[in-house]
Design a binder for this molecule. Structure first.
Ligand SMILES: C[S@@+](CC[C@H](N)C(=O)[O-])C[C@H]1O[C@@H](n2cnc3c(N)ncnc32)[C@H](O)[C@@H]1O
Length: 301
Protein backbone atom coordinates (compact mmCIF):
# COMPACT_ATOMS: atom_id res chain seq x y z
CA UNK A 1 0.00 0.00 0.00
CA UNK A 2 1.30 3.44 -0.91
CA UNK A 3 -0.09 6.52 0.88
CA UNK A 4 -0.74 8.79 -2.09
CA UNK A 5 -3.00 11.84 -2.03
CA UNK A 6 -6.55 10.75 -2.87
CA UNK A 7 -7.77 11.51 -6.36
CA UNK A 8 -11.37 11.46 -5.16
CA UNK A 9 -13.78 14.32 -4.72
CA UNK A 10 -13.51 13.47 -1.01
CA UNK A 11 -15.17 16.35 0.77
CA UNK A 12 -15.05 15.87 4.49
CA UNK A 13 -17.09 18.94 5.35
CA UNK A 14 -20.24 17.81 3.50
CA UNK A 15 -22.13 15.13 5.42
CA UNK A 16 -23.45 12.66 2.81
CA UNK A 17 -27.17 12.06 2.55
CA UNK A 18 -27.10 8.35 3.46
CA UNK A 19 -25.05 5.60 5.08
CA UNK A 20 -24.66 4.05 1.64
CA UNK A 21 -23.21 7.24 0.23
CA UNK A 22 -20.82 7.55 3.17
CA UNK A 23 -19.65 4.01 2.50
CA UNK A 24 -19.07 4.71 -1.20
CA UNK A 25 -17.06 7.82 -0.42
CA UNK A 26 -14.93 5.97 2.07
CA UNK A 27 -14.30 3.14 -0.34
CA UNK A 28 -13.22 5.57 -3.03
CA UNK A 29 -10.92 7.41 -0.64
CA UNK A 30 -9.19 4.24 0.57
CA UNK A 31 -8.89 2.90 -2.94
CA UNK A 32 -7.27 6.17 -4.08
CA UNK A 33 -4.82 5.87 -1.17
CA UNK A 34 -3.78 2.44 -2.44
CA UNK A 35 -5.56 0.33 0.20
CA UNK A 36 -6.04 -3.07 -1.46
CA UNK A 37 -9.15 -4.20 0.43
CA UNK A 38 -10.78 -0.74 0.20
CA UNK A 39 -14.36 -2.05 0.07
CA UNK A 40 -14.05 -4.26 3.14
CA UNK A 41 -12.03 -1.75 5.14
CA UNK A 42 -14.41 1.16 4.39
CA UNK A 43 -17.25 -1.00 5.67
CA UNK A 44 -15.36 -1.97 8.84
CA UNK A 45 -14.47 1.67 9.58
CA UNK A 46 -18.02 2.85 8.93
CA UNK A 47 -19.38 0.20 11.30
CA UNK A 48 -16.83 1.33 13.88
CA UNK A 49 -17.79 5.02 13.48
CA UNK A 50 -21.51 4.26 13.69
CA UNK A 51 -21.11 1.64 16.43
CA UNK A 52 -23.22 -0.94 14.58
CA UNK A 53 -22.96 -4.56 13.50
CA UNK A 54 -22.77 -5.60 9.85
CA UNK A 55 -26.47 -6.49 9.76
CA UNK A 56 -27.42 -3.17 11.38
CA UNK A 57 -25.30 -1.32 8.83
CA UNK A 58 -27.30 -2.72 5.92
CA UNK A 59 -30.59 -2.01 7.66
CA UNK A 60 -29.47 1.63 8.03
CA UNK A 61 -28.20 1.82 4.44
CA UNK A 62 -30.72 4.47 3.29
CA UNK A 63 -30.74 6.37 6.63
CA UNK A 64 -28.96 9.69 7.16
CA UNK A 65 -25.57 9.91 8.93
CA UNK A 66 -25.32 11.91 12.13
CA UNK A 67 -22.61 14.59 11.93
CA UNK A 68 -20.52 13.26 14.83
CA UNK A 69 -20.40 9.77 13.29
CA UNK A 70 -19.42 11.25 9.93
CA UNK A 71 -16.54 13.15 11.53
CA UNK A 72 -15.35 9.97 13.29
CA UNK A 73 -15.54 8.07 10.00
CA UNK A 74 -13.56 10.76 8.14
CA UNK A 75 -10.88 10.72 10.83
CA UNK A 76 -10.60 6.91 10.62
CA UNK A 77 -10.45 7.02 6.81
CA UNK A 78 -7.71 9.63 6.87
CA UNK A 79 -5.63 7.66 9.35
CA UNK A 80 -6.10 4.44 7.40
CA UNK A 81 -5.24 6.22 4.15
CA UNK A 82 -1.98 7.43 5.65
CA UNK A 83 -0.91 3.89 6.56
CA UNK A 84 -2.17 3.22 10.11
CA UNK A 85 -3.16 -0.46 10.38
CA UNK A 86 -6.89 -1.20 10.35
CA UNK A 87 -6.55 -3.33 13.49
CA UNK A 88 -5.17 -0.40 15.50
CA UNK A 89 -8.03 1.82 14.32
CA UNK A 90 -10.73 -0.61 15.37
CA UNK A 91 -8.67 -1.85 18.36
CA UNK A 92 -9.17 -5.53 17.64
CA UNK A 93 -8.01 -8.48 15.49
CA UNK A 94 -9.22 -12.05 15.35
CA UNK A 95 -6.73 -14.85 15.87
CA UNK A 96 -7.58 -18.57 16.05
CA UNK A 97 -11.24 -17.57 16.08
CA UNK A 98 -10.81 -15.37 19.17
CA UNK A 99 -10.94 -11.56 19.31
CA UNK A 100 -7.78 -9.86 20.66
CA UNK A 101 -7.38 -6.24 21.70
CA UNK A 102 -4.49 -4.65 19.85
CA UNK A 103 -2.92 -1.21 19.70
CA UNK A 104 0.42 0.44 18.87
CA UNK A 105 2.14 -1.43 21.71
CA UNK A 106 1.91 -4.81 19.94
CA UNK A 107 2.27 -6.52 16.60
CA UNK A 108 -1.06 -7.23 14.92
CA UNK A 109 -1.43 -11.05 15.05
CA UNK A 110 -1.22 -12.58 11.56
CA UNK A 111 -3.27 -15.51 10.21
CA UNK A 112 -0.08 -17.42 9.29
CA UNK A 113 0.90 -17.51 12.98
CA UNK A 114 -2.12 -19.73 13.59
CA UNK A 115 0.04 -22.54 12.14
CA UNK A 116 2.37 -22.13 15.14
CA UNK A 117 -0.54 -22.82 17.50
CA UNK A 118 -1.75 -25.78 15.44
CA UNK A 119 1.73 -27.33 15.28
CA UNK A 120 2.18 -27.14 19.06
CA UNK A 121 -1.30 -28.51 19.79
CA UNK A 122 -0.82 -31.39 17.38
CA UNK A 123 2.66 -32.29 18.64
CA UNK A 124 1.52 -32.34 22.29
CA UNK A 125 -1.85 -34.01 21.72
CA UNK A 126 -0.93 -36.96 23.96
CA UNK A 127 0.67 -34.93 26.76
CA UNK A 128 -1.50 -34.48 29.85
CA UNK A 129 -1.44 -31.10 31.64
CA UNK A 130 1.13 -29.65 29.22
CA UNK A 131 3.33 -26.65 30.03
CA UNK A 132 3.82 -24.33 27.06
CA UNK A 133 6.04 -21.30 26.52
CA UNK A 134 5.30 -18.46 24.12
CA UNK A 135 8.44 -16.36 23.65
CA UNK A 136 7.73 -12.78 22.54
CA UNK A 137 4.04 -12.98 23.29
CA UNK A 138 3.07 -9.47 22.10
CA UNK A 139 -0.74 -9.24 22.31
CA UNK A 140 -0.74 -12.69 23.93
CA UNK A 141 -2.40 -14.21 20.87
CA UNK A 142 -0.40 -17.47 20.77
CA UNK A 143 -0.32 -17.94 24.56
CA UNK A 144 -4.03 -17.25 25.02
CA UNK A 145 -5.06 -19.39 22.04
CA UNK A 146 -3.02 -22.31 23.44
CA UNK A 147 -4.58 -21.87 26.89
CA UNK A 148 -8.11 -21.68 25.45
CA UNK A 149 -7.64 -24.71 23.20
CA UNK A 150 -6.00 -26.79 25.96
CA UNK A 151 -7.91 -26.16 29.21
CA UNK A 152 -5.45 -28.40 31.10
CA UNK A 153 -2.39 -26.37 30.01
CA UNK A 154 -0.20 -23.86 31.84
CA UNK A 155 1.36 -21.25 29.55
CA UNK A 156 4.40 -19.10 30.28
CA UNK A 157 4.54 -16.04 28.05
CA UNK A 158 7.64 -13.84 27.90
CA UNK A 159 8.34 -10.47 26.32
CA UNK A 160 11.01 -7.77 26.59
CA UNK A 161 8.30 -5.17 26.19
CA UNK A 162 6.36 -4.31 29.37
CA UNK A 163 3.88 -2.45 27.16
CA UNK A 164 3.18 -5.64 25.21
CA UNK A 165 2.75 -7.64 28.42
CA UNK A 166 0.10 -5.15 29.57
CA UNK A 167 -1.88 -5.86 26.38
CA UNK A 168 -1.38 -9.62 26.76
CA UNK A 169 -2.67 -9.40 30.35
CA UNK A 170 -5.91 -7.76 29.16
CA UNK A 171 -6.36 -10.40 26.47
CA UNK A 172 -5.76 -13.27 28.89
CA UNK A 173 -8.41 -11.73 31.17
CA UNK A 174 -10.78 -11.26 28.26
CA UNK A 175 -10.65 -14.98 27.49
CA UNK A 176 -10.75 -16.16 31.09
CA UNK A 177 -7.28 -17.74 31.12
CA UNK A 178 -5.37 -15.29 33.38
CA UNK A 179 -4.96 -18.00 36.00
CA UNK A 180 -3.16 -20.30 33.53
CA UNK A 181 -1.13 -17.76 31.50
CA UNK A 182 1.87 -16.47 33.44
CA UNK A 183 3.33 -13.32 31.94
CA UNK A 184 7.07 -12.96 32.46
CA UNK A 185 9.12 -9.91 31.61
CA UNK A 186 12.55 -10.64 30.17
CA UNK A 187 14.77 -11.60 27.27
CA UNK A 188 13.86 -14.77 25.33
CA UNK A 189 13.75 -17.75 27.76
CA UNK A 190 15.78 -16.06 30.53
CA UNK A 191 12.81 -15.73 32.93
CA UNK A 192 12.20 -19.50 32.72
CA UNK A 193 15.87 -20.37 33.09
CA UNK A 194 16.15 -18.16 36.16
CA UNK A 195 13.06 -19.70 37.75
CA UNK A 196 14.08 -23.26 36.78
CA UNK A 197 10.82 -23.79 34.86
CA UNK A 198 10.46 -26.60 32.31
CA UNK A 199 7.99 -27.05 29.45
CA UNK A 200 6.64 -29.59 26.96
CA UNK A 201 6.73 -27.07 24.11
CA UNK A 202 8.36 -23.74 23.32
CA UNK A 203 6.70 -21.66 20.62
CA UNK A 204 7.87 -18.34 19.26
CA UNK A 205 7.15 -15.89 16.49
CA UNK A 206 10.30 -13.80 16.96
CA UNK A 207 10.92 -10.53 15.11
CA UNK A 208 12.49 -11.69 11.86
CA UNK A 209 12.77 -8.85 9.37
CA UNK A 210 16.44 -8.08 8.68
CA UNK A 211 17.06 -4.37 9.42
CA UNK A 212 18.35 -3.95 5.84
CA UNK A 213 14.86 -4.79 4.49
CA UNK A 214 13.25 -1.72 6.12
CA UNK A 215 12.69 0.02 2.77
CA UNK A 216 10.70 -3.00 1.47
CA UNK A 217 8.08 -2.72 4.22
CA UNK A 218 4.64 -1.13 3.73
CA UNK A 219 3.61 1.73 6.06
CA UNK A 220 1.29 -0.57 8.07
CA UNK A 221 4.23 -2.71 9.15
CA UNK A 222 6.40 0.32 9.90
CA UNK A 223 3.61 1.51 12.23
CA UNK A 224 4.11 -1.60 14.40
CA UNK A 225 6.67 -1.66 17.26
CA UNK A 226 10.26 -1.84 15.98
CA UNK A 227 11.13 -4.49 18.58
CA UNK A 228 8.31 -6.69 17.26
CA UNK A 229 9.26 -6.37 13.60
CA UNK A 230 13.02 -6.08 13.25
CA UNK A 231 15.40 -8.89 14.08
CA UNK A 232 18.38 -8.12 16.30
CA UNK A 233 20.82 -9.12 13.53
CA UNK A 234 21.39 -8.97 9.76
CA UNK A 235 20.09 -12.48 8.89
CA UNK A 236 16.77 -12.16 10.70
CA UNK A 237 17.13 -15.46 12.58
CA UNK A 238 19.46 -14.40 15.39
CA UNK A 239 16.73 -14.46 18.07
CA UNK A 240 15.46 -17.82 16.76
CA UNK A 241 18.96 -19.22 17.34
CA UNK A 242 19.17 -17.83 20.88
CA UNK A 243 15.74 -19.26 21.74
CA UNK A 244 16.75 -22.65 20.31
CA UNK A 245 19.96 -22.61 22.32
CA UNK A 246 18.17 -21.76 25.60
CA UNK A 247 15.25 -24.11 24.90
CA UNK A 248 17.57 -27.11 25.33
CA UNK A 249 17.59 -26.36 29.07
CA UNK A 250 13.84 -25.67 29.25
CA UNK A 251 12.31 -28.47 27.20
CA UNK A 252 11.38 -31.75 28.80
CA UNK A 253 12.34 -35.02 27.11
CA UNK A 254 10.89 -35.09 23.57
CA UNK A 255 9.71 -31.51 24.06
CA UNK A 256 8.73 -29.54 20.99
CA UNK A 257 10.33 -26.38 19.65
CA UNK A 258 8.27 -24.47 17.07
CA UNK A 259 9.63 -21.28 15.54
CA UNK A 260 7.88 -19.11 12.98
CA UNK A 261 10.14 -17.80 10.22
CA UNK A 262 9.77 -15.39 7.33
CA UNK A 263 8.85 -17.09 4.09
CA UNK A 264 11.95 -15.57 2.48
CA UNK A 265 15.61 -14.79 3.05
CA UNK A 266 16.18 -18.56 3.29
CA UNK A 267 15.18 -18.41 6.97
CA UNK A 268 13.59 -21.87 7.24
CA UNK A 269 16.75 -23.53 5.87
CA UNK A 270 19.04 -21.49 8.12
CA UNK A 271 17.02 -22.32 11.26
CA UNK A 272 16.73 -26.01 10.32
CA UNK A 273 20.50 -26.29 9.88
CA UNK A 274 21.08 -24.59 13.26
CA UNK A 275 18.65 -26.90 15.07
CA UNK A 276 20.29 -29.98 13.57
CA UNK A 277 23.71 -28.71 14.63
CA UNK A 278 22.39 -28.12 18.18
CA UNK A 279 21.24 -31.74 18.46
CA UNK A 280 17.48 -31.40 17.89
CA UNK A 281 15.80 -34.30 16.09
CA UNK A 282 12.86 -34.62 13.67
CA UNK A 283 13.67 -31.15 12.31
CA UNK A 284 11.18 -30.13 9.63
CA UNK A 285 9.43 -27.13 8.12
CA UNK A 286 5.65 -26.73 8.06
CA UNK A 287 4.18 -24.84 5.11
CA UNK A 288 1.44 -22.22 5.31
CA UNK A 289 -1.67 -22.11 3.12
CA UNK A 290 0.32 -20.38 0.39
CA UNK A 291 2.74 -23.34 0.37
CA UNK A 292 5.59 -21.35 1.97
CA UNK A 293 7.82 -22.72 4.72
CA UNK A 294 6.49 -20.91 7.82
CA UNK A 295 7.20 -22.85 10.99
CA UNK A 296 10.31 -24.86 11.80
CA UNK A 297 9.53 -27.66 14.24
CA UNK A 298 11.81 -30.07 16.08
CA UNK A 299 11.99 -32.25 19.16
CA UNK A 300 14.60 -32.03 21.86
CA UNK A 301 16.22 -35.46 22.40
C1 LIG B 1 6.78 -10.72 15.83
S1 LIG B 1 6.19 -10.18 17.41
C2 LIG B 1 5.14 -11.57 17.83
C3 LIG B 1 4.01 -11.21 18.75
C4 LIG B 1 3.00 -12.35 18.94
N1 LIG B 1 3.64 -13.54 19.47
C5 LIG B 1 2.32 -12.68 17.64
O1 LIG B 1 2.69 -13.70 17.00
O2 LIG B 1 1.42 -11.94 17.20
C6 LIG B 1 7.63 -10.42 18.40
C7 LIG B 1 7.48 -10.13 19.88
O3 LIG B 1 8.72 -10.47 20.49
C8 LIG B 1 9.07 -9.49 21.45
N2 LIG B 1 10.54 -9.54 21.57
C9 LIG B 1 11.49 -8.98 20.78
N3 LIG B 1 12.71 -9.30 21.22
C10 LIG B 1 12.54 -10.11 22.29
C11 LIG B 1 13.43 -10.79 23.16
N4 LIG B 1 14.75 -10.71 23.02
N5 LIG B 1 12.90 -11.54 24.16
C12 LIG B 1 11.56 -11.62 24.34
N6 LIG B 1 10.67 -11.00 23.55
C13 LIG B 1 11.15 -10.27 22.52
C14 LIG B 1 8.52 -8.19 20.91
O4 LIG B 1 8.32 -7.25 21.93
C15 LIG B 1 7.22 -8.67 20.26
O5 LIG B 1 6.15 -8.60 21.16
Amino acid sequence: MRPVPPRTAFCKSAVPSSVREAYLWGREHLSACGVEAAALEAEVLLRCALGVTRAQLYVRWPASVEEGAWRRYVELLEQRGSGRPLAYLVGEREFCGLPFWVDERVLVPRPETEHLVEVVLEATRDVKDPAYVDVGTGSGAVAVALAVRRPDATVYATDVSRDALAVAERNAGRHGVSGRVQLLHGDALEPLLQAGLRAHAVAANPPYVPPSARSELPPEVLAEPEVAVFAPGPRGVELHERIADQARAVLRESGVLALEVAAKWDQARQVMRTLERMGYREVRAVRDLAGLERVVVARWR
